[in-house]
Design a protein around this ligand. Structure first.
Ligand SMILES: NC(=O)c1ccc[n+]([C@@H]2O[C@H](COP(=O)([O-])OP(=O)(O)OC[C@H]3O[C@@H](n4cnc5c(N)ncnc54)[C@H](OP(=O)(O)O)[C@@H]3O)[C@@H](O)[C@H]2O)c1
Length: 257
């Protein structure tokens, strides 16, 4: 139980589930979570205390900051380094979400499109640029980008913001896997081609929702087993999710998902 995990966006829906799963796995002494909000970090720690106990909650180290620009990113990196040093074992990047659904694209203005870019692509890019060096040369390390949607998941009129934002995040994850392919670290993308929420039973019918808690377990399995380097793992169904939780990849064929 000596490893350190860093969850970028660890106070969000999937990020907090990943934090819990790291602690439940038993292999991590510290889980660092970043958020722009101390209040959100406190809520995650309270929820973990309620479900796993005070010892687990004490292992969650919240760091407040953002990656909106170079200065803010450098400050956030400094805070993380002064808390845990120069090296972490695994990073899950789950920052940003293109919630913007502005209506038909023909009526969307340039400012709104910039918001999509700023809320989905930029946090993921800033997180990568700032924190990837902490795992870059680690042959035992892992970097997992969480994505979703994109060009294959157009939900309906008015939801272009999610499609466009998802496209940017999946493109970024693929570029990272190509450009850093020669580094020692294991780099993977997990793309949720479905909804992920705390309680699928209360969600409206007609769309496939999977529980956040299991999404978190799947991400931790990918980051810990490290059999899916250079691969995009697309999760569509509960069966996919179960398989990834168990194997760290979609199919257990010598690491080829
Ligand atoms: N939930 C789904 O149904 C679903 C489905 C497919 C794919 N995904 C993908 O999974 C990822 C996370 O989803 P989620 O449901 O966990 O979303 P979420 O609860 O909104 O969490 C996203 C986190 O990103 C951080 N964030 C947002 N904008 C940011 C910014 N400009 N700068 C820095 N941090 C920012 C927020 O952190 P703070 O507010 O704490 O700072 C937030 O906690 C997204 O990339 C999404 O595309 C989700």
């Amino acid at each position: 139980m000596s490893k350190i995990a860093l969850v970028l966006g660890g106070a969000g829906n999937i990020g907090s589930a990943s934090t819990k799963a790291f602690l439940e796995s038993g292999g991590y002494k510290t889980v660092v979570i970043t958020s722009r909000s101390q209040e959100k970090i406190d809520k995650v720690k309270e929820a973990i205390k309620a479900s796993l106990g005070q010892d687990s909650s004490a292992k969650v180290l919240g760091v407040v900051g953002n990656v909106a620009n170079e200065k803010a990113s450098a400050e956030l990196l400094d805070k993380v380094k002064s808390a845990v040093g120069d090296k972490v074992d695994v990073i899950i990047s789950v920052m940003g979400f293109p919630y913007h659904n502005f209506g038909p694209l023909l009526h969307v203005n340039a400012e709104q499109i910039n918001d999509v870019f700023g809320s989905q692509f930029f946090p993921a890019f800033g997180g990568y640029k700032t924190f990837f060096p902490l795992v870059k040369n680690s042959s035992s390390g892992a970097y997992v980008s969480v994505t979703g949607g994109g060009p294959d998941m157009y939900l309906g009129p008015g939801t272009a913001g999610m499609t466009l934002g998802g496209s940017l995040s999946t493109a970024l994850a693929k570029v990272i896997m190509k450009e850093q392919a020669q580094d020692g670290v294991c780099i993977s993308e997990v793309s949720f081609s479905c909804g992920v929420c705390p309680d699928p039973s209360v969600m409206p019918p007609g769309y496939n929702w999977l529980p956040s808690v299991d999404a978190g377990k799947a991400l931790v399995s990918v980051a810990t087993k490290k059999v899916a380097g250079g691969q995009t793992i697309t999760i569509r169904t509960a069966d996919d999710l179960s398989h990834v939780i168990a194997n760290g990849a979609l199919k257990q064929t010598n690491g080829v998902a």
